[in-house]
Design a protein around this ligand. Structure first.
Ligand SMILES: Cc1cc2nc3c(=O)[nH]c(=O)nc-3n(C[C@H](O)[C@H](O)[C@H](O)COP(=O)(O)OP(=O)(O)OC[C@H]3O[C@@H](n4cnc5c(N)ncnc54)[C@H](O)[C@@H]3O)c2cc1C
Length: 405
């Protein structure tokens, strides 16, 4: 029996490793020449975009443990997230965990009793409305912390983002250690993708790059052949398939399946400028830049829900982003040289970074649409926004489905 896992993003890597370690023969088919999908290293080693994990992301951390890369993910800001407000020049640290807000110095500005009650209501998930509307009476809290958290976690503008989806996030980060923010120390290549491929090889899985699944032949509620590139692969009686693909590819392969069809872009600007001697992660309020990752090898800026920015030329965005980076670096006295002229900048625009997480119930993906077919992928996990954690959980679940079948 062979399990064919299609798509070597996080969901496919997790599913393939779980099955190979359980003793199954696994072939992982990936359309491109690299693994990682939307969480990958570009050919020059740059991350496609900054990826952060939280302590609550247990499935993602389990996977890092399984591939021996857990200690490559570091917590850059254990004292709370440094946030710089361009409007008034204020610089403060805010704890990501609501539990830590008992300490007034770690509270987001604008947090009042009324604001706490509103957050508890959002966390309960009993209503669903745009986050901007849900927090309309608490503009300072929205601006100082909940807004940036929402845009980062849901990759959706505040006027559209679902308060119920934000509630899922708030519930998950309330526990001790759950809101610890982790980033790859050196990059997604060395800290995620390369160790995952090594672990897969060690577990005996076969990986085929340049193998795009063009179509599937299906009969009597089973997949009977995979059409991969120029090849047709007949499926044995006991063979199984896991599609670990983005929604638009899954919908192309399974006609009639309802999938999320609206996506939001994420823009990353990577500046070739050596950063501080240790990894830092800082937030910026009121500008173009939302988050700045400072690594010794370079400085990266994230702009989520970047509907407008994704259409702007990088040359036009880089000078503004650099001015905001310098102001933030100075406000937090980051060591190093911060020249006024922007260093060389590379922009990466991921136009379909994640589905948009608007108000309403998203299409629910069937876990096992056919007897020998299981689905995985960040968009298939209903309890979370489309993230590494959702992808990892879906990969674990799909592997479990195949093992039980
Ligand atoms: C810039 C950016 C920043 C992000 N930041 C964060 C973050 O900070 N934290 C977080 O948790 N999440 C973040 N995310 C989201 C996270 O990257 C995704 O949720 C996750 O990587 C999705 O994994 P996946 O395996 O479900 O899908 P994908 O990564 O899309 O993997 C699917 C794979 O299938 C391959 N494929 C597609 N079609 C075919 C086919 N027909 N045949 C064979 N192979 C095919 C693709 O090439 C790809 O390798 C970010 C995403 C982006 C783009």
């Amino acid at each position: 029996m062979t399990v064919h896992v299609v798509g070597a993003g996080v969901a496919g890597l997790v599913a393939a490793l779980g099955l190979a370690e359980a003793g199954r023969a696994v072939t992982l088919h990936e359309a491109t020449s690299v693994a990682g999908g939307r969480c990958r290293a570009l050919p020059d080693g740059t991350d496609n975009g900054t990826h952060a994990l939280m302590g609550a992301n247990h499935a993602a951390l389990r996977f890092l443990d399984a591939i021996g890369a857990r200690d490559r993910w570091v917590e850059p800001e254990p004292e709370g997230l440094p946030l710089f407000d361009l409007a008034d020049g204020s610089a403060r640290r805010v704890a990501a965990s609501p539990l830590a807000w008992r300490d007034p110095s770690k509270r987001p500005p604008g947090l009042t009793i009324g604001g706490v009650v509103t957050l508890l209501r959002i966390a309960s998930g009993i209503t669903d409305q745009p986050v901007a509307e849900a927090l309309a009476k608490h503009p300072a809290l929205l601006r100082s912390f909940i807004g940036p958290l929402t845009v980062a976690a849901l990759n959706t503008p505040l006027a559209e983002a679902s308060s119920a989806r934000l509630g899922q996030v708030l519930r998950r980060i309330r526990g001790t250690g759950a809101a610890r923010l982790l980033v790859a120390r050196d990059g997604l290549g060395p800290d995620l993708v390369a160790p995952a491929l090594t672990a897969l090889e060690r577990a005996g899985a076969t990986i085929r790059f340049g193998a795009r699944l063009r179509a599937m032949t299906m009969a009597e509620s089973r997949v009977i052949a995979l059409h991969l590139g120029e090849d047709t692969l007949p499926m044995g009686q006991d063979d199984a398939v896991i599609l670990a693909l983005p929604p638009w590819e899954t919908a192309r392969l399974i006609p009639g399946l309802r999938v999320p069809d609206r996506h939001a872009p994420i823009l990353n600007l990577h500046f070739a400028h050596p950063g501080a001697d240790r990894v830092r992660f800082l937030g910026v309020l009121g500008g173009l830049v939302q988050w700045v990752l400072v690594r010794p090898a370079g400085i990266s800026v994230t702009v989520s829900a970047a509907d407008a920015e994704a259409d702007e030329p990088v040359d036009a965005l880089a000078p503004q982003a650099w001015r905001e980076i310098i102001a933030t670096a100075r406000a937090f006295a980051l060591p190093g040289d911060w020249p006024d002229a922007p260093p060389p900048c590379r922009g990466v625009k991921e136009r379909r970074a994640t589905p948009r997480h608007g108000v309403g119930i998203p299409p629910v993906a069937p876990r096992q649409p056919m007897r020998n077919l299981a689905l995985a992928g960040d968009w298939t996990w209903p309890g979370l926004p489309a993230t590494i954690e959702a992808a990892a959980l879906s990969g674990e679940a799909a592997a479990g489905t195949v093992l039980r079948t």
